[in-house]
Design a protein around this ligand. Structure first.
Ligand code: PLP
Length: 404
């Protein structure tokens, strides 16, 4: 097992003072270390003020902390310019921002948007609505039942009509890590704009936006130890500059008269109203926490947990694991136990203190492909242990014998 100081890490998370909790739902949202909670509490207790406008010490301190969080996040994904980092409410809002401010303004009948059957609903519905309004055709890269993308027809799917390609980096259902660089390169050949939904990948692995050379990328703070209601839209500066605002109001303007308004510079042009100050500061602290441990070490540790979990789960009769047959995968495992409805199973596991997700995971097209209505999903992060995997397996066996 790859090394992390797991006792120290767990002691950083107040929730794990409850020794009976086995939290295996980090793909939905992660717990918060005291460093993040304290950073937020310190802001509210000691230097709380609005940002950008206050010409007084508290206001300047708050502005500095807010801006430093943005720089921190830019460094984390190797963005060359902090102006590329737009704070949003999360991945969902980031995708909607582009669907409204870029897609609706730049696409017309005859154009095509390409996504995949593997997407979270957040990366489907905004494009469906945009496509409907603009008369654009929405196309899908199909998935194989082994949880991988079927890229055999990629040259036929990406054509001169393709104007936008938006792809999930790591599947929230299978854990599959998609070959996004390859897809981005295909998209570039036809000058299509590329969007990466990195909600599930950035918390667990090193993602470098300059290396990927994508146009847009989105992720959420709450899935990587940070607070809820904060996320990022990364965008190339020239694209963000060329786009119209998404929401409008205070802070996003340069000047307002009774007849017209002009827009602030990026990223502020896309951050209408009082910003998410406490959330951004908390998010910055979460990035510091991850950096202190090292994202590569976290990744390696999760990979060793994944290996153990797969081995142990596979030894349980009549347990079907979806995906994880080939290629690279993150530490997310969806499965079903024959004869037990996933919702019942989740309740039985809960009685043993084990929190897993049961449902369609906001990915109904995948469920349709697998011909199931729901699965159980166990997802791991830096605070999980091999012992928890043993307890999960024991609880699964116990449930199985109850139903048999
Ligand atoms: C792959 C993926 N994309 C998008 C989202 C939406 O993220 P949020 O709810 O933080 O906006 C999620 C959340 O589960 C996800 O897993």
């Amino acid at each position: 097992m790859s090394k992390l100081d797991i006792n120290k890490i767990r002691s950083d998370f107040p929730i794990f003072a409850d020794k009976s909790l086995i939290y295996l739902d980090s793909a939905a949202t992660t717990h918060k270390p005291k460093q993040v909670i304290n950073a937020i509490s310190n802001f509210y207790s000691n230097y709380y003020a609005n940002v950008h406008r206050g010409i007084y010490e508290l206001g300047m301190k708050a502005t500095e902390a807010y801006q430093s969080a943005r720089q921190n996040i830019a460094n984390f994904i190797n963005a060359s310019d902090w102006r590329s980092i737009v704070f949003t409410g999360g991945t969902t809002e980031s995708i909607n921002l582009v669907a409204y401010s870029w897609a609706r303004k730049n696409l017309k009948t005859g154009d095509e948007i390409l996504i995949t059957e593997m997407e979270h609903h957040s990366n489907i519905v905004p494009w469906q609505l945009a496509a409907e309004e603009t008369g654009v055709l929405l196309k899908y890269i199909p998935i194989n039942t082994d949880g991988t993308l079927d890229l055999s027809n990629i040259d036929k799917l990406i054509t001169s009509k393709t104007k936008l390609v938006s792809i999930i980096h790591q599947s929230n259902v299978f854990g599959t890590i998609n070959p996004i660089k390859k897809i981005i390169n295909h998209a570039k050949k036809v000058n299509a704009i590329t969007f990466i939904d990195a909600a599930q990948s950035i918390p667990h692995s090193h993602v470098d936006v300059q290396d990927l050379d994508c146009d847009f990328l989105a992720f959420s703070g709450h899935k990587m130890l940070g607070p809820t209601s904060i996320g990022v839209l990364y965008g190339k500066t020239e694209l963000l500059d060329s786009m119209m605002p998404f929401m409008s109001g205070g802070d996003m303007i340069n000047s307002v008269t009774m007849t017209e308004s002009t827009w602030n510079d990026i990223p502020y042009k896309f951050e209408a109203g009082t910003p998410k100050i406490a959330q951004a500061i908390g998010f910055g602290a979460a990035i510091d926490y991850i950096n202190d441990i090292g994202i590569d070490k976290i990744h390696d540790y999760e990979q060793s947990l994944l290996k153990v979990a797969l081995e142990k789960l596979k030894s349980i009769d009549e347990l079907e694991i979806y995906g994880h047959q080939t290629g690279e995968n993150g530490a997310v495992i969806s499965f079903n136990l024959e004869g037990v409805h996933p919702h019942d199973l989740a309740q039985f596991l809960d009685q043993d203190g084990i929190a897993v997700r049961a449902g369609h995971h906001c990915a109904q097209p995948i469920m349709n492909k697998l011909e199931v209505s729901a699965t159980i999903r166990a997802s791991f992060y830096l605070y999980n242990t091999e012992e928890e995997i043993d307890k999960l397996c024991a609880s699964l066996r116990k449930t199985q014998s109850f139903f048999n």
